[in-house]
Design a protein around this ligand. Sequence first.
Ligand code: M6R
Length: 615
Amino acid sequence: MCGIVGAVAKDNVVPVLLEGLLRLEYRGYDSAGLVVSNNSLHRVRTTGRVAELVKLVDEQQAEGSAGIAHTRWATHGAPSERNAHPHVSGEETKIAVVHNGIIENHEAMRKRLQADGYEFVSDTDTEVIAHLVAHHLKQTADLLKAVCLSIAELQGAYAIVVMEEVRPDRIIVARNGAPLLLGLGEEGNYAASDASALLKVTRNMIYLEEGDVAELDRDNYRIVNCLNDPLGEPVERAVHESDLSNEAIEMGPYDHFMQKEIFEQPGAVANTLEMVFNAQSISPNLFGSTAEKIFSDTDSLLILACGTSYHAGLVAQYWLETVAGMPCNVEIASEYRYRDPVANPRTLVVGISQSGETADTLAALSYAKKLGHQHSLAICNVAESALIRQTDLRFLTRAGPEIGVASTKAFTTQLASLLLLTVTLAKMRNKLSVEHEQQMIKALRHLPAAVQSSLQVEPEVAVWAERFSEKHHALFLGRGVHYPIAMEGALKLKEISYIHAEAYAAGELKHGPLALVDSEMPVVAIAPNDQLLGKLKSNLQEVHARGGELYVFADADSQIQESENLHVIRLAEHAGLLSPILHTIPLQLLAYHVALNKGTDVDKPRNLAKAVTVE
Ligand code: M6R
């Protein structure tokens, strides 16, 4: 999704802006641009990568002590230089704007501004902001006021940064529904949509709140809030020291971030469960100081999430019902937010998100609260995210920054956290004997080593991947708690290799999808040695009998033998409740190696973004 960086400093800010954009690249984008001010506004834009922008900036010797920069993920208008940010307006009062999010009333605003004589040269909703601010600037002669008056007229969720040619010593920023923070540095002051963009220059961050507008110059800043007063009431916001790791964002010895993140999983899971490793027993306090009280009032769960995080929720549903005996609904956030569900005040709402910035998940959570749900828990990988700030309880997955668009270590750490939640609730509901609790702690301690052992199958998976590269479709089968793992495997494959892949609960095959099976359709099956293995084997027979080519990930004790058109990779012996986590790893590796063979952009698959901050 789009990324924003703004800077005003003693020296040339171009290196800070470009470094920030490079650090935001992982979010996904299709064009990039910047404006710096040096007597006049100098704008450079490109549809290429940030590396291309770096080259252009260098050739054109663009520099200045204030500037704004942007990576754009197209929503309104094609990815083109004309639509790339910053957008500018005005002749005498020339201003430039970068923007994340969506302006919902842009069509009406565009008509009104055109009637006032403003000429539009792009298809974007952002250009409306540029002209609207220029329009108010003419009346007020004060950029901060002009921004405040403009946001009072804009509908939607957005974050913007604005600068003005005649005042090259300051930038104005505004937040309304999309993340934006200030960075306070020794050499200057900065703004960005994500803390990682500013780590090279400062760790002192202010997270702006809804309706905040701030003015930054190189030594000072001031913040006003425009929610109740269109001209803004002065407000104070706390300064936080970010503890994001700088190094975690480097690729190190790996070829891709996704590869690095797959292999980081033993460590990521260990970090996530660290508090449990030294504990003698499991305590609800791991989820927050009020968790014990909230959990004892809870009689059911509602999980809201999107994509991979939704799949983690589906796995948790099996665990919560089986181990803790708790009813659990799992909903796709973008669907939930537009339904009329019946709220139960004793239902704990759980938002799962890697980024903590997914617009649909945030909106679904707010909607659930509005409907009458009283308590909420975030399972999230970003401590400084909107989701974490929106819930009563929180559990950080501590996977470290995930850069590859395809979620890997975030998923397995979400599963580890959800298993911990399950065990905690089971204990509180007297569903877990002391002996069973100790066994669970032991199993969780073993999880990082078990994940490491699943990674060992990579060479065999790489051989299978060669056969997939020529295929156009694939089916993934699983049963029970491994059905969502099949869904996750299919999502990984389609997302990065562009092979059409669908997952089915294996028992559903003969109700339709079996018609698709022939020698051209690879069928991937997850075959753990659990109580459904016998049923699954019958389903595999149905595929085999119709000439389908089966690729089976089996537990060592699953007793599935290789034969013609039936290939087997064996993991370790069945790992009980941990099994879905361990069966995820080879599916990630399969998608990664197929994508490598196909030469796709593994870390930045086409059309996708890392943090989906628009609806
Ligand atoms: O940051 P979130 O976990 O809220 O993101 C949700 C989805 O956009 C995300 O999981 C997406 O499905 C992944 N790219 C899949 O690999």
